[in-house]
Write a protein that binds this ligand. Structure first.
Ligand SMILES: [Zn+2]
Length: 295
């Protein structure tokens, strides 16, 4: 299945700031249950170790060739690549009955600015590495009723990774969310929209569902280091207005809560939406796979 409104896939290197992980220790304590399970005592840096899980079976995964970002000719269309072909599978969420926002790459400082101005519930796809460094922002996001989803541990392009590396990116993200807030996420967004039937297969074994988009603000291009201001707020609003006219009020918007400028765009867009929905509301799904009681 192919999405009619082609989403231009982000080609940035992520706004995840390497300085955060190197200069500051995580503030979420490494839980004893995770030490018992992994034998480790601290949160990983950018390349988390693979820990085998009894509910993950690589034998069940389709033999999709690995590809790096942009190397689209290396993989046939039968493997349903979103990053190359905007292909979506039967259980991917990529649109919403009401035009709604989603926010990737937090939590971080600018997330607070967004939270202060948002008048409706939304969906945040978080990076595990950021979650353990900004747990207060994560808790505030949750407390305001927003849905927390996973965006991997450290923002790697998943189709280029081995099965073990993909599992590690997902499992450490889930553990970061569980250690911070006592829940297991249901909704998963692959960085750069990088997914194929092998990546989806692993995500499904975690019980999670892939969430994509049908309108990409490309808000990160406003901040591109090699081409600053190659995109402006005005470009985004003009394209979104056009999308609204052609898409009948439906849609799922991709944005980033990582910079005051992208947050400014987000708040402006938010002020014009009519009763937007969270991702689970878009499809009648559950908020989390499990929420553990907190002391
Ligand atoms: Zn991202």
């Amino acid at each position: 299945m192919k999405v009619n409104n082609p989403a231009v896939i982000a080609s940035w290197a992520s706004l995840l700031d390497p300085a955060i992980a190197i200069a500051n220790a995580p503030t979420v304590p490494f839980p004893q249950w995770l030490t018992d399970f992994t034998g480790l005592h601290e949160w990983p840096h950018f390349d988390p170790p693979y820990i085998p899980l009894d509910f993950i079976s690589f034998d069940l995964l389709p033999p999709v060739p690995r590809h790096t970002q942009g190397a689209c000719g290396a993989v046939g269309p039968q493997w349903c690549l979103f990053d190359c072909a905007n292909c979506v599978s039967y259980d991917d969420v990529y649109t919403c009955p009401k035009l709604s926002q989603t926010f990737d790459d937090g939590p971080s400082g600018p997330t607070r600015q967004l939270l202060a101005g948002l008048k409706h519930r939304s969906t945040f796809f978080t990076l595990g590495l950021n979650v353990v460094h900004f747990p207060d922002v994560y808790h505030e996001t949750m407390a305001r009723g927003h849905i927390m989803g996973s965006h991997t541990w450290s923002h790697k392009f998943l189709p280029a990774l081995t099965n073990e590396e993909i599992v590690a990116q997902v499992q450490w993200s889930v553990w970061a969310m569980n250690a911070t807030a006592g829940h297991l996420p249901k909704w998963f967004r692959p960085p750069y929209g990088g997914t194929d039937d092998r990546v989806r297969g692993i995500v499904r074994q975690f019980g999670m569902q892939t969430v994509l988009w049908d309108f990409d603000t490309l808000d990160w291009k406003m901040l591109a280091e090699n081409a600053p201001n190659s995109r402006t707020e005005r470009d985004i609003y003009a394209e979104l207005d056009k999308f609204k006219q052609t898409n009948g009020g439906r849609g799922l918007i991709l944005e980033h809560d990582v910079h005051s400028r992208t947050v400014g765009v987000a708040l402006n867009i938010a002020s014009k939406l009519e009763r937007p929905l969270t991702v689970p509301q878009c499809v009648g799904g559950i908020d989390y796979i499990k929420q553990f009681p907190r002391d």
